[in-house]
Write a protein that binds this ligand. Structure first.
Ligand code: URA
Length: 240
């Protein structure tokens, strides 16, 4: 069956369809040895596709959730030679995390080789819930909670409306636990949101990415998402 070149590339797990289109337009993609720069071109699945000299293999899609431990980076490589989230996986596929968590943040991280799935989940228009539990230095007041709910100016943009719940107050240690649900994935977003209303985050865990949690996994453990979960996650983009 013939398919558009960008679809064949994204199905190989090399990158998303949108990034594949950029590569095609930039003349980086060869099909059976010939550079193709048209986005409409269709080919049989058996053709040889080469990107920057690398031949793509057809590959099966893989989808995982890992409970990210503290002290691990979520990039696929680290220039300081720190442990990366990929060190936990035993797969011959070109896996990568969907979005980022900080070195010291724990909890839900989705990992895949399906570029379209990753793009869909990360696209702000799809409004995917990301639920975090933060331990704060100090006891947050009602006005700060309202500010967080309404949105905070970060990088000259207002964050979208958040759900914020004060879960626990510990007067003795002068700390509190707050659950916050956001929809974007800006750099250090949760920490910066709390900092901008005057609270330092001592600990941060992502409890849920959409409806996927990690209560069944110890830090560093992962499992495959079930086909039903993958289907339900994909369906989140069609509902909106
Ligand atoms: N927000 C942060 O500040 N850090 C994370 O790791 C995730 C969201």
């Amino acid at each position: 069956m013939e398919k558009r070149l960008q679809k064949l590339i994204s199905e190989s797990g090399y990158t998303s369809r949108r990034k594949a289109e950029e590569l095609i337009l930039r003349g980086k993609v060869k099909v059976n040895g010939k550079v193709i720069t048209e986005l409409g071109a269709k080919f049989d699945e058996k053709v040889k596709i080469e990107i920057d000299g690398e031949i793509l293999e057809k590959c099966e899609k893989e989808y995982y959730v890992i409970n990210k431990p503290r002290g691990v980076v979520t990039t696929t490589k680290d220039d300081k030679n720190r442990k990366t989230i990929m060190d936990f996986f035993d797969s011959d596929k070109r896996l990568y995390p969907i979005g980022r968590l900080d070195y010291d943040t724990t909890g839900v991280l989705l990992v895949t080789n399906d570029g379209d799935f990753a793009q869909m989940l990360m696209h702000p228009k799809n409004n995917i819930d990301k639920v975090y539990i933060a331990k704060l230095e100090g006891i947050i007041d009602a006005y700060s909670i309202k500010q967080l709910k309404d949105g905070i100016m970060l990088d000259e943009r207002k964050t979208s409306k958040a759900r914020v719940k004060l879960k626990k107050v510990d007067k003795k240690s002068n700390t509190c636990i707050v659950q916050i649900t956001i929809h974007e994935g800006m750099y250090h977003q949760v920490k910066r949101m709390f900092e901008s209303v005057g609270y330092n985050v001592l600990k941060l865990k992502r409890e849920f990415y959409a409806f996927i949690g990690v209560d069944d996994l110890k830090p560093g453990e992962y499992r495959k998402l079930t086909p039903k979960e993958v289907h339900q996650l994909y369906a989140l983009s069609n509902e909106k």
